[in-house]
Ligand binder design. Structure first.
Ligand code: DNO
Length: 362
């Protein structure tokens, strides 16, 4: 296991590489070129700049999150081929600089979605919150109206600005796209991309849907164990992998996270681990990483990764906003650093027990 930490880049993140370097056990950053528009090739010079800056601080740049997928690819439009070709070029450029894993998602229109970015919690910290009643009651038409009339009223994190401009159009384009269609479009993409990724020594790692159920009537195809099995089987390549995200999959209490790790460890090159606390009405809040604070079996997940010989990358995922930190929603330094330490502690306990066991066996 290699511990990593997401970093948004110089001028785009309040956190410095030096600070990240000082979190015990963190070996690399998870990064992206956030200023390159979706669908364009990531220029080698820009990649080199980030890689050099990061390596100079003693951290590696082996995991990229995300090279985003152009909406035309998800929709299966005739224009998709040009964007797929651009994606291949980006992979080739990244491989020149030692990138090993590329995380991406295939969620229509939105990336992750919450109704509240700074929901106050009992201890005075704030955290990301998903109000199920609020979201499930809305139709696509209402979302568009809401956006137009009162964008402030409804927070939409994880959206790329260019998607927002054409929201109405994009929603209408998805009207007749079923889950089966979306899976077919993903399969088409992976069949094109995986051979190139294999040549480049890169593992593609799809991120689950967050939350892991349909919102606003849009199709979702990475929601649970069955979906994951289906997409991994659709293209049988070592480069067709999964980003295991406990917090995303864990948004549905019916997902058995330990079973998902057990079943797919060898197809998981990258894991996001965080906790969420469920409420009876289907809402959830992002709690600290600690088992007792949320509803997810975080330590059991780490143990299962250990037992299955996981040798990929892990990062703590969203954190709460604590100690008055001013930061990107979910991506502050303090709570994520605590999360990293919690995960490393759980991992190291396994290492120690294993050592004791083998000494005992002598
Ligand atoms: C949220 C993240 C996601 C993730 C993308 C991957 O914080 O986990 O935005 O980066 O879905 O493409």
């Amino acid at each position: 296991m290699q511990m990593t930490f997401r970093w948004y880049g110089v001028g785009n993140d309040s956190i410095t590489l030096k600070q990240i370097r000082q979190i015990p056990g963190v070996k690399g950053v998870v990064w992206a070129l956030h200023d390159v528009p979706v669908g364009e090739v990531w220029p080698a010079e820009k990649i080199e700049e980030v890689v050099n800056q990061t390596n100079e601080c003693g951290l590696n740049t082996e995991v990229v999150e995300s090279v985003n997928i152009h909406e035309d690819i998800k929709l299966g439009l005739p224009t998709r081929d040009k964007y797929i070709e651009a994606y291949k070029e980006t992979l080739k450029n990244l491989s020149q600089f030692g990138v090993k894993v590329v995380c991406y998602n295939f969620m229509p229109v939105f990336d992750w979605f919450r109704t509240d970015l700074f929901k106050e919690t009992e201890d005075g910290s704030t955290a990301l919150f998903f109000d199920a009643k609020k979201v499930l009651a809305l139709t696509p038409e209402q979302v568009v109206k809401n956006m137009e009339e009162n964008a402030k009223d409804f927070t939409l994190p994880g959206w790329e600005p260019e998607r927002l401009k054409d929201l109405k159009l994009v929603f209408s384009q998805y009207k007749d796209v079923s889950e089966a269609d979306l899976l077919e479009n993903l399969t088409y993409f992976l069949k094109e991309i995986c051979p190139v990724a294999e040549q480049c020594g890169i593992k593609m790692a799809i991120h689950p849907d967050d939350p892991p159920f349909s919102i606003f009537g849009l199709p979702r195809i990475v929601k649970n164990k069955e979906d994951i099995a289906r997409l991994l089987n659709a293209v049988d390549s070592p480069s067709n992998g999964l980003t295991f995200c406990s917090g995303s999959l864990g948004g549905n209490p019916n997902n058995d996270l330990v079973d998902i790790v057990k079943t797919f460890t060898d197809r998981i090159p990258f894991a996001h681990i965080r906790n969420v606390k469920h409420f009876e009405d289907g809402s959830f809040i992002e709690s600290s990483h600690r088992v007792e604070d949320g509803s997810l079996p975080i330590t059991e997940i780490v143990n299962t990764f250990y037992e299955n010989g996981f040798d990929g990358y892990i990062r703590p995922d969203h954190g709460r906003h604590i100690w008055d930190e001013v930061c990107r929603p979910g991506y502050g330094l303090y709570d994520r650093a605590l999360g990293a330490m919690y995960l490393i502690g759980a991992w190291d306990t396994n290492v120690l027990l294993k050592k004791k066991e083998s000494v005992g066996a002598l």
